[in-house]
Design a protein around this ligand. Structure first.
Ligand code: BEZ
Length: 262
């Protein structure tokens, strides 16, 4: 058995509509992966499958891209959208199919897995690769959305709710050590600021918290959740909202790595 990851209810419609920028930014991680015709690639945490499809186009009919996600509703949507591709509902911490891949790819998924389970996931991915196989990924890095998290935790605390930071946002050193311990050589690791305009205009922060924030608001009823979100908007408006453009920009920081199985 594995510990529970932060509980989040996934709504594929809201995910694609309100956070479509996640897979749009992920296109540059696919560039870094540089999938070649004939390769077999696992997309770990594939969500609604758009990047899996991009990779599938690049590996062509002689290769295969397989998408895996822990959320059954996301996998179901990916299958509906891309019926010719293979998608599986599985937990990364337990995923051990009887096959191997040339590369493992992951965009915006590893930060949902608790810190204590990261070594297991890195080992699982190493097991799926032959020596020389590559693991190319991006996740939230140290300090990712710190303004949003700090404001939300502070608002919750003032209302008597003690909530832990729900995501794994490591430094380069922390995550490189996890990869090395699992048998990878880290060839590239970069932590960088990527301020990210949220979709939805004035509703952008509310929509973002609606899609990603369930673990922050566990145990709150709808009225209190809405009150917290509104108070968080008030706290963050001076820093993150451009009133002229009507746009929220979240303080994203990403950690991108290329690691090769030894
Ligand atoms: C993301 O996938 O972009 C994300 C999810 C949770 C927190 C921050 C970012």
């Amino acid at each position: 058995m594995v510990d529970d990851a932060p509980a989040n209810e996934w709504d594929p419609d809201a995910y694609d509509r309100d956070t479509g920028f996640v897979h749009e930014h992920g296109g540059s991680v696919v560039e870094l992966l540089d999938p070649a015709p004939g390769e077999r690639v696992l997309d770990l945490g594939c969500g609604t499958g758009h990047l899996t499809a991009d990779i599938a186009d690049r590996v062509g009919e002689s290769g295969e891209a397989v998408g895996v996600d822990a959320a059954a509703e996301m996998v179901e949507r990916a299958r509906e959208t891309y019926p010719d591709l293979r998608f599986e509902a599985a937990d990364a911490r337990e995923y051990a199919p009887d096959e191997s891949f040339d590369a493992v790819f992951s965009n915006a998924a590893l930060h949902w897995i608790p810190r204590g389970d990261q070594p297991t996931v890195a080992e699982r991915m190493a097991d799926l690769l032959e020596p020389g196989g590559r693991f190319v990924a991006e996740l939230g890095g140290a300090g990712n959305v710190a303004a949003v998290v700090d404001a939300t935790l502070a608002e919750l605390r003032e209302r008597g709710h003690e909530v832990d930071h729900p995501w794994y946002f490591p430094t380069v050193g922390e995550h490189a050590a996890v990869l090395e311990a699992a048998g990878f050589e880290v060839r590239l690791a970069r932590l960088f600021d990527r301020p990210t305009e949220l979709a939805g205009g004035r509703e952008g922060l509310t929509d973002w918290l609606d899609v990603f924030g369930d673990s922050l608001f566990a145990g709150l009823d709808d009225d209190e959740r809405n009150a917290v979100v509104s108070a968080v908007e008030d706290r963050l408006r001076p820093e993150l909202f451009d009133a002229d453009a009507g746009v929220w920009t979240a303080d994203y920081r990403r950690l991108r790595f290329v690691a090769v199985r030894e």
